[in-house]
Design a binder for this molecule. Structure first.
Ligand code: TXA
Ligand code: MG
Length: 310
């Protein structure tokens, strides 16, 4: 795997990896993505192979500019309002795919919708502007494993399976983007740092929570996901013998997501902390996290990390 620096030359060379139809990991504000040219079916197939990802789990397309979305999907007034408010940023919209869209069929796994987003991390923006084509990118981890928020997580998890890594700082948000679909009313398909309340304010209507949604699904939302090798026990008010404790707020613990009890900070640290504690080989107990705001997304990821494995 070749590494590229955050310099104009590094960004040019990184975009060349995508132009060749190869795989490039790159940082976004949420997590590192594993990118390929979204219009090149052979390149997209390499993403599924490198991650060991089931072919029914569709990918998110990353664009440099919100104005490009209309080339690929039908943009409703509500979708436009969300784009105006939150793009660039950690929001993904699932919208009807246009018939003549050049996006490779494997990206949407045969669905007639496409997930798209415009990231705001400067390095992701620079890469997308340089490549000037849509980039399909799931999180840059092996399927079912913890999402990467640092370049080192990518090196360890996928280093021998991908062609390039655009080296950048740790991800600021640390949790994958909020995903909103329409049935035709807005539905949160995956909670993230942009909350249901923020979405309600932007469109004047409360989105349905993902549990209330019975028509559309994010097919990749498998119960066991983000799984460390060790067992995970949630809402732990005390540690049991042999466990390491992942804390929140002022307390004694092995690692603390946010000693001051700040949920944004906890989201930023979550995947890194799970990765670090997993190296101890001990079972991981996790202190209760308030189920409000970003805490909803943190608890969603923790429940999947703790779920029974296949
Ligand atoms: O923050 C993020 O969104 C990161 C960065 C790299 O942008 N990407 C990411 O991708 O989290 P991934 O592949 O790990 O998660 C994509 C999710 C999956 O749960 C998938 O099922 C859902 O998006 N998805 C993609 N296309 C969809 C569609 N057409 N309809 C419903 N869900 C879709
Ligand atoms: Mg993922």
């Amino acid at each position: 795997m070749q590494e590229f620096a955050d310099t104009p030359e590094g960004i040019r060379d990184a975009a060349d990896v995508l132009r060749r139809g190869d795989l490039l990991a790159f940082p976004t504000e949420t997590v590192f993505g594993l990118g390929a040219d979204a219009c090149d079916g052979a390149a997209v197939a390499k993403i599924y192979a490198a991650k060991g990802r089931p072919s029914f789990n569709p990918l998110i397309v990353h664009l440099a500019h919100a104005r490009d979305a209309k080339t690929y999907v039908k943009v409703s007034d509500q979708a436009q309002a969300l784009m105006d408010e939150f793009w660039p940023g950690p929001l993904t919209l699932v919208l009807p795919l246009l018939d003549n869209s050049p996006i490779a069929a494997a990206v949407s796994a045969g669905l007639n919708t496409l997930a798209i987003r415009v990231p705001n991390a400067p390095l992701a923006q620079a890469l997308l502007a340089e490549f000037a084509r849509p980039v399909a990118a799931p999180s840059a981890n092996r399927s079912g494993k913890i999402s990467p928020t640092t370049a080192d997580h990518v090196r360890v998890g996928l280093g021998d399976r991908i062609d390039g890594l655009l080296n950048g700082p740790a991800c600021k948000v640390g949790l994958e983007s909020t995903i909103v679909g329409f049935d035709p009313d807005p539905v949160i398909l995956r909670p993230g740092s942009i909350t249901a309340d923020q979405i309600a304010t932007a469109i004047g209507k409360s989105p349905k929570a993902y549990e209330e949604n019975d028509k559309i699904t994010a097919p990749g939302q498998l119960t066991s996901h983000y799984a460390p090798n060790s067992a995970v026990r949630l809402n732990a008010n005390s540690v049991q013998k042999g466990e390491v404790l992942l804390g929140f707020g002022p307390m004694e613990c092995s690692l603390n997501l946010s000693p001051s009890g700040d949920l944004d900070e906890a989201g930023e640290n979550l995947f890194s902390a799970l990765t670090t504690l997993d190296q101890s080989g001990a079972p991981i107990a996790v202190a209760p996290i308030p189920d409000v705001g970003v805490g909803i997304a943190i608890n969603d990821r923790l429940r999947r990390a703790a779920a029974p494995r296949d």
